[in-house]
Write a protein that binds this ligand. Structure first.
Ligand SMILES: [Zn+2]
Length: 375
């Protein structure tokens, strides 16, 4: 359960204090030392975001690597130049995946073959990667139509969006034949430092973070990016999931970490200012929750709420992602009793209605959100 203080959806403008970025970004094929024996390299991505960060931990004779990029020859060429160049031709003993998305572990199979590394990640993330890799346009379509159309997305429009999404398949290469499980509460010794593993549902099913025991470094994956709040969406295979609740719990636990910690995100630059960033992200989601309630002043489907709350994403053609994010807001509000779900008797789409009195809704929508992605 979450504490009362975190059940308040009212908008708290995020502090305007910027984050500190102490590290210069590495050039392609190069790495930058961000802490003793810990190096930062970047791999290109063919879509928004531009790159994914990977972390290289010097273990003396060998390396441990965190995340390895998308499947494909472009990633292979970048790794080859890193391995032959700044990594000095040494082997890699371990590849750790923060989570199972393709830009993090899509190249895991070839990487382990090239380097001899074992592959470690949380168990649910392994199965997520296996399932995503196996998706086909056909399998996606039947599950998706059930989920999306039930939530009000007109079927013809939904089919076209799914066909576009199907074209983005193929970003996973072969996965390694097996994996080593890392799990919440575990301690790993990497590069002479002890690291504690924490996992949580949120951006993914069991997303791992690694915190150095002296709290100098936090490998944060996609959960604490410096500019964009993490996309947190309900997936079609688990329509009643409430991933935002667990994510908020994780943010609350992270407040206990030293503010001087250097946060190592998967996209964007390493930064200091953990609590400032947590407040910004909370402000962002508070705004989205308030917008969701506002959009449900009259009974509305998730499709209608999505087109209001995420109108910019929808205009850019990211409807399937925005739809999952809408459901994560809806499911959190349902769980808190702030939204009521109405299933029509005629088999039509589910509709949602704000349970909060109108005066409270006005209060919720007054303040602004200062999170960077909204500027
Ligand atoms: Zn991700």
């Amino acid at each position: 359960m979450m504490a009362d203080a975190r059940e308040d959806f009212s908008l708290r403008p995020a502090p305007a204090i910027p984050l500190d970025y102490p590290c210069a970004a590495p050039e392609p094929g190069q790495m930058t030392e961000v802490a003793p024996e810990l190096f930062w390299a970047r791999l290109p991505l063919p879509y928004a975001g531009g790159h994914v960060n990977v972390w290289l931990i010097d273990e003396g004779e060998t390396w441990t690597v965190v995340d390895c990029g998308l499947g494909g020859n472009d990633t292979r060429a970048h790794w080859q130049s890193l391995l032959d160049g700044p990594m000095g031709g040494r082997s890699v003993r371990l590849l750790i995946g923060t989570h199972g998305h393709s830009d993090h572990v899509g190249f895991a199979g070839p990487f382990c073959e090239m380097t001899g590394a074992a592959f470690a990640l949380p168990r649910a993330e392994w199965f997520l990667a296996v399932a995503r890799k196996a998706e086909t346009a056909e399998s996606l379509l039947s599950a998706a139509l059930n989920f999306y159309v039930h939530n009000g997305w007109p079927e013809d429009e939904c089919r076209k969006a799914l066909e576009r999404r199907a074209k983005s398949f193929g970003r996973y290469g072969p996965l390694p034949a097996s994996f080593r499980r890392i799990a919440d509460g575990q301690t790993l010794v990497l590069g002479g430092l002890r690291w504690s593993v924490t996992t949580s549902e949120g951006h993914s099913l069991e997303h791992a973070m690694l915190l150095a025991s002296d709290e100098s470094l936090l490998i944060a994956g996609d959960e604490l990016m410096p500019v964009a709040s993490p996309p947190i969406g309900v997936q079609m295979y688990e329509p009643e999931a409430n991933p935002l609740a667990e994510y908020f719990d994780r943010l609350a636990r992270l407040e206990a970490v030293k503010e001087e910690v250097l946060v190592l995100p998967s996209h964007g630059s390493p930064y200091r200012g953990l609590r400032r960033r947590i407040e910004q992200i909370r402000g962002h989601f508070a705004k989205r929750l308030a917008q969701t309630l506002e959009a449900a002043r009259q009974p509305a489907t998730a499709y209608e709420i999505c087109r209001t709350v995420f109108r910019n994403s929808v205009a850019r053609g990211n409807m399937t992602i925005a739809f999952g994010q809408t459901l994560s807001l809806v499911n959190l509000l349902l769980a808190r009793g702030a939204l009521i779900g109405e299933a029509p008797g005629d088999g039509g789409p589910m509709r949602y209605l704000a349970a909060t009195p109108a005066a409270k809704l006005d209060e919720l929508t007054v303040a602004g959100c200062a999170c960077p992605e909204e500027r």
